[in-house]
Write a protein that binds this ligand. Structure first.
Ligand SMILES: [Zn+2]
Ligand SMILES: [Zn+2]
Length: 280
């Protein structure tokens, strides 16, 4: 039995609906799935329903954009209470910041003579956590770029004319926010960060786990982070980080996390709930 604990739907920057993800996961034979859309939990209800119908275990989640010592990192949250008011308020605040960022990108494009309308990006994104991939798609749709790659290369990549830095919450606050919502906080794809020096600080702040298995981790990278997990007594997670068809082929199925890790996650969640009941 295995699981995929890192998936995106059209509730953030993926292209699949929760139902489409579940159909594909069923064919692969996944026993458990977590939905980790960026800075939102809106897709969780539909995903839970679809998983129940397919007899797949569902874990609520999100992927928070955070920073520590000026390094951007992503914190995966698992088992969060999706009705937790403090959590919802905080991610709502970040959704507004994301929307302001889209407006700023459109303004910068307009300033260099590219007539992209921010509202067209919001219509196309049709989600509360829009990001750069949506701007790229809107540029292509409006005929202002020939491809998503061109949109990133010409305008959206770091230090290109329409690049606007992302607002991030402090990673230490993110860990705290996840805990108070009854969840476990996991550092996403550490192999992409290449900033292992921040791990001890995250551990001291209460980090619960680390994503050792990820589509972009080589076998050697996964082994390296398994060692770090062992060293710091961290839980081990893994997932495909599938964004549907927005990043080439769908990645679901590329990572199959052994189900024993899901059991360990559940045991840790239960132990945390016993020692400090989550506020709601
Ligand atoms: Zn990420
Ligand atoms: Zn992700």
């Amino acid at each position: 039995m295995f699981a995929d604990l890192h998936l995106h739907t059209h509730f953030s920057d993926g292209t699949f609906s929760p139902e489409e993800i579940v159909v594909r996961a069923s064919k692969i034979g996944h026993a458990a799935l977590a939905l980790t859309d960026h800075d939102t939990v809106e897709g969780c209800e539909r995903m839970a329903t679809a998983c129940a119908a397919a007899r797949i275990e569902f874990i609520t989640g999100t992927e928070l954009t955070a920073e520590l010592n000026d390094i951007e990192l992503h914190i995966l949250a698992y088992f969060i209470d999706t009705q937790n008011q403090k959590f919802l308020q905080e991610i709502k605040r970040f959704q507004i910041v994301r929307q302001d960022r889209i407006r700023e990108m459109a303004a910068r494009l307009n300033a260099i003579g590219v007539p992209l309308n921010a509202d067209d990006v919001f219509t196309l994104a049709n989600c509360s956590a829009p990001g750069r991939p949506h701007v790229a798609r809107a540029l292509v749709k409006a005929g202002l770029c020939v491809s998503l790659d061109q949109a990133f290369e010409r305008f959206l990549k770091k230090n290109r004319p329409a690049w606007v830095p992302k607002a991030k919450m402090s990673a230490l606050e993110a860990v705290e926010l996840v805990h108070q919502a009854g969840g476990l906080a996991v550092m996403a794809h550490p192999g992409l960060n290449k900033s292992d020096e921040i791990i001890p600080e995250l551990v001291a702040a209460g980090l619960d786990g680390i994503e050792c298995f990820h589509t972009k981790h080589s076998t050697a990278t996964s082994e390296h982070y398994l060692e770090i997990a062992d060293q710091h007594k961290l839980l081990v997670t893994g997932g495909s980080d599938c964004h549907g068809k927005s990043k080439g082929r769908p990645l679901i199925g590329t990572v199959k996390l052994p189900y024993t890790h899901v059991e360990k996650l559940k045991a840790a969640r239960d132990a945390a709930a016993r020692t400090a009941p989550a506020a709601s």
